[in-house]
Design a protein around this ligand. Structure first.
Ligand SMILES: [Zn+2]
Ligand SMILES: [Zn+2]
Length: 384
């Protein structure tokens, strides 16, 4: 079958201490410190064979993620930019939906013809964090499209326990094609949902919510805030195109953070009371956290979802005086996150297909990633 394969050279930077675990597994914990000279190419690879607990999916849609862009873009020494867990070569792509075309002998809950999306985080279910109910923090984690083959491909074999059915979304749209597109944005939407609700405990209806960054995760946060009864949804985003999508998805106010003082704007919108719930989805906490701090309401919450490998100055006195809380979130598994997002899509309260602004063939996946790198689009989807 055809698949987009990322190959790169294992060449740890001189100042990066490679751990025993990394040597044994061939996985880099900090990809950007290890993988050099990345090459992305659509090529022919062996067809995947599902094991007894797996299903074989015919991939119908797979979104381009910021992390895919960070595999494509590289620094001046030709290292990848993506800082997370990685093992190459592998097929990339992890925001996907597909049709079940084969089921393993032990699979009971899925059958040929089912439409599904799936988690990207292959949590083991056996380690202490998994057994304690924290699959997003599994210590034996494999990640589809990062350490094991992904979905910029015609087929993918995946454990049935990571799959969630899309029938209810198909019923809603009355279109299988639309349901597969919606299915491919369940994963990024779930990342926002996990950060806002299970992790940060959500907000009360009427709360003032600000979202910093309107890439796909921020756009999902905006739509979720709107659907969950926020009193005001304010967004900050530099790209004019993404500003427009933010409005479509439910932001009441959208600003270019380079043209206004975000904290001042939030204090004005709230008549001096501050914002109750603020989402960091820009991955630029050095710029955004100080603004959130200045605009924090009493009992305010900040949730960090964007990734940035940097230290951030924060005046903790603000948290004390304002009774504030800061939450760190990663992942999308557990806590009924995937099924809840699917329910919201099926009910019509959340239409994340509105953020899909371009569609590409599998053969043109490298072009799709390059176009995403311009950070103009909402979400680009590859349809094998
Ligand atoms: Zn992603
Ligand atoms: Zn585990």
């Amino acid at each position: 079958m055809k698949a987009l394969v990322l190959d790169a050279q294992w060449d740890p930077r001189p100042d990066y201490a490679v751990s025993e675990w990394e040597k044994q597994t061939g996985k880099a914990i900090t990809g950007s410190s290890v993988w050099r000279h990345p090459k992305l190419q659509v090529q022919t690879v062996p067809d995947p064979k599902p094991g007894p607990d797996d299903v074989l999916l015919k991939i119908k849609a797979c979104g381009v993620c910021g992390s895919d862009i960070h595999f494509y873009e590289h620094d001046k020494d030709d290292y990848i930019l993506y800082p997370g867990l990685t093992k190459f070569p592998t097929t990339t792509g992890h925001e996907f939906s597909g049709e079940v075309v084969e089921v393993g002998a032990n699979v009971r809950d899925l059958k040929v013809g089912d439409m599904v999306t799936a988690e990207e985080m292959i949590w083991c279910g056996y380690c202490t964090p998994c057994r304690n109910g924290y699959p997003n923090h599994c210590v034996n984690l494999e990640e589809i499209g990062f350490t094991i083959p992904g979905a910029f491909a015609e087929y993918l074999a995946i454990g049935a326990k990571y799959c969630w059915k899309l029938d209810a979304i198909a019923d809603r749209y009355g279109s299988v094609e639309k349901a597969f597109e919606a299915g491919s944005v369940v994963e990024p939407t779930s990342v926002a949902y996990n950060g806002m609700f299970p992790r940060a405990g959500g907000f009360a209806p009427g709360a003032f919510v600000a979202v910093f960054g309107a890439g796909p995760i921020g756009l999902a946060a905006i739509a979720l805030a709107r659907a969950s009864g926020a009193g005001i949804v304010a967004a900050f985003e530099v790209s004019p195109n993404r500003q427009a999508i933010a409005k479509t998805l439910g932001a009441d106010f959208v600003y270019d953070p380079r043209k206004v003082s975000p904290s001042q704007v939030l204090m004005e919108l709230s008549k001096g009371e501050g914002f109750d719930f603020m989402v960091e989805a820009a991955g630029a906490p050095n710029k955004t956290i100080p603004e959130m701090e200045k605009a924090m309401a009493i009992n305010g919450k900040i949730v960090q979802i964007g990734r940035a490998a940097e230290r951030v100055p924060m005046y903790l006195e603000t948290l004390q005086v304002r009774r504030g809380q800061v939450f760190g979130a990663q992942g999308h598994s557990g806590d009924a996150v995937f099924p809840s997002v699917i329910r919201m899509m099926a009910s019509g309260r959340l239409d994340m297909t509105q953020m899909i602004t371009a569609r590409y063939d599998l053969a043109k996946t490298v072009d799709a990633i390059a176009a995403s790198g311009e950070r103009f689009h909402g979400k680009i989807t590859v349809k094998p």
